[in-house]
Design a protein around this ligand. Structure first.
Ligand code: SF4
Length: 575
């Protein structure tokens, strides 16, 4: 190059391409794919890669039984219900129970978002199961996919008028954020493949979501102080009820929470939501749609791992977000009000609702409603719901509540549960009651390590470890997931286990009692036999150093351990 030659212009930054999911949503905005045609073809036991993406919007994941992979893939389906607030009528519960027996693996899995999942459904059972759910006036629409998911609400059954209002508002928001595609009804109710060449389908644009829906999933929850049972700050959009004079006057709006991350990817991290403003009940729907459309318009459509609303908040800031939302609404929002949470989790005993009816909180180990030797939970629940017509409410911590019970029936229900091996008093110790695990193996295709199947035995070992120190009755919130996606919200736990490989877990420590503080990674790769070796000395120090003899484990970790040996930033942990 001569000395007088002009310097070359810097190369323009390469524009990132929309990811493949964006291309297929653009191509088939009804989300119909070729699902009905494949469903009707008896020669096929699975759906194409693209159809698997469309199916998620209909509440269905194609999976394969990972225990059987050595002998070839057996394709199975997971189907998740849309159950706002987790409330099922007696009739609705019995439909779920029937379908799990007939088409699933004879279990029902309570999710961490107050829904039920069927596991192990084969293709021939998929159509009849979906039709029956819809014929029973329930649905699975938008239970997965790049849309708003199941809306959460405090599960306690009308323990106060406030609970009832939250459930009604949660249901309103769930309905308002549903996609309008005709494909769901056409495929699963009528069994008809939409004509994709029909201009009405080809040019379909959803009035809320647009042609390409959201860049990723969107999660909404409602919380009632002082109990943070819905883990409100882990949601994309949260509403914290504000009461004055015993009445809910509105909600603090929280935006930009989320748990999922990817091992070794510094662009991804768990995040707790920002508190943005105060919203009146009348503003709820417009605000919900406004928040959702900010995600729609500003979320990353090039990298699905970086596509959640939380990254928009992190990168643009809460002040920017509020301005953007207010511009869309056309009015200013009031400032958020003070609020306080005292604890998370469920209660496990008899309670009384406003109308005088009774309800019963039941512990469900790792959220799995099933029968096993000496513990026939599935059979017992069916018998109770059939005979006493109890409502069933699913909790965000994967337990359930039987509600609408006549006080006179309490003794008979207690006896019926006992006959099936289920105690009403002392249902589980403090550690188990505060625990959660995601399903992972053998059904989830993303699982790197066991979770649901492993957690109960690990809890036994942790209990034994605590018992040797005289700490057997202490509550520690322990959550486990088989991969970093964080379905059981492990990054809010006092002890979080995140699968990294078979029998290997990242150990995250330092969440708090009301789930308002993120924990931090403490050890990157702990093998199963070493877990207790890691934890036991920490438990011993906690016992010796805890303030007032009552400080929680997570608070001691944050006060002492984090200062002594600052944990590496989560994203800096190598994969
Ligand atoms: Fe699957 Fe990971 Fe979710 Fe567990 S956390 S259910 S392994 S995606």
């Amino acid at each position: 190059m001569s000395e007088t030659a002009a310097p070359a212009a810097p190369a323009a930054p390469k524009e990132k391409k929309p990811n493949h999911n964006e291309e297929i949503k653009t191509a088939i905005p009804t989300l119909a794919g070729t699902l009905a045609a494949t469903l009707a073809d008896p020669a096929l036991d699975r759906f194409s890669e693209d159809d698997q993406q469309f199916m998620k919007f209909h509440g269905i994941y194609q999976q394969d039984d990972r225990d059987l992979r050595k002998t070839g893939k057996k394709f199975i389906f997971m189907i998740r219900g849309r159950i706002p607030g987790g409330v099922l009528s007696p009739k609705g519960y019995l439909v779920y129970d029937d379908l799990a027996t007939k088409y699933g693996n004879n279990t029902l899995r309570i999710t961490s978002r107050q829904s039920f999942q069927f596991h192990g459904v084969v293709k021939t059972g998929l159509g009849p199961l979906m039709k029956k759910i819809n014929d029973s006036m329930m649905d699975t629409l938008a239970a997965c996919g790049d849309v708003n998911r199941n809306v959460m609400s405090p599960p306690a059954p009308v323990a106060s008028a406030q609970h009832a209002q939250l459930l009604a508002d949660a249901t309103r928001v769930s309905e308002a954020l549903l996609p309008k595609t005709k494909a769901y009804h056409s495929i699963w109710v009528e069994g008809v493949q939409l004509n994709l060449e029909d201009p009405a389908n080809k040019d379909f644009v959803d009035p809320l979501y647009g042609r390409t829906y959201l860049p990723r999933k969107f999660k909404v929850a409602f919380a009632l102080q002082p109990v943070n049972d819905v883990d409100i700050l882990t949601n994309c959009l949260g509403y914290i009820a504000i009461e004055e004079g015993g009445k809910i006057t509105g909600y603090n709006l929280t935006v930009g929470g989320g748990q999922g991350r990817a091992h070794g990817n510094t662009e991804t991290y768990p995040r707790i939501a920002d508190v943005i403003a105060f919203v009146s009940p009348e503003q709820l729907i417009a605000v919900s749609r406004g928040v959702l459309t900010v995600h729609r318009d500003f979320g990353d459509r090039t990298d699905r791992k970086h596509a959640r609303l939380k990254y928009v908040l992190e990168e643009k800031g809460a002040a920017w977000f509020r301005d953007e939302l207010e511009a869309r609404l056309g009015y200013k929002l009031a400032d958020a009000k003070p609020f306080k949470f005292e604890r998370q989790g469920d209660t496990f005993d008899w309670g009384q609702a406003l109308d005088g009816s009774s309800y019963l909180g039941l512990y469900v180990e790792t959220g799995r409603v099933k029968n096993k030797d000496g513990y026939k939970l599935k059979t017992a629940l069916r018998a109770i719901v059939e005979k006493y017509q109890t409502e069933v409410r699913l909790t965000p911590s994967q337990n359930l509540i039987l509600a609408n019970i006549k006080p006179a029936d309490k003794a008979a229900i207690t006896a019926l549960l006992a006959e099936h091996g289920i105690p009403v008093e002392n249902q589980a110790n403090a550690i188990r009651r505060a625990s959660m695990a995601c399903p992972s193996m053998p059904t989830c295709g993303l699982g790197l390590a066991e979770s649901e199947r492993y957690m109960p035995t690990l809890l036994t070992r942790i209990e034994e470890s605590l018992a040797t120190l005289g700490l057997a009755d202490e509550e520690i919130i322990i959550r486990m997931t088989g991969c970093p996606n964080g379905c059981a919200r492990p990054y809010m736990a006092e002890i979080g286990f995140v699968g990294k490989g078979p029998g290997r877990y990242q150990l995250w420590l330092g969440g708090n009692a009301n789930c308002t503080r993120l924990n931090k990674v403490w050890r990157d790769l702990v093998k199963d036999p070493d877990i207790i070796t890691e934890l036991q000395p920490l438990f011993a120090r906690w016992k010796a150093e805890r303030i007032g003899g009552t400080e929680r484990f997570g608070d001691w970790v944050a006060r002492v351990l984090w200062k002594e040996a600052p944990a590496p930033a989560p994203a800096a942990v190598a994969s």
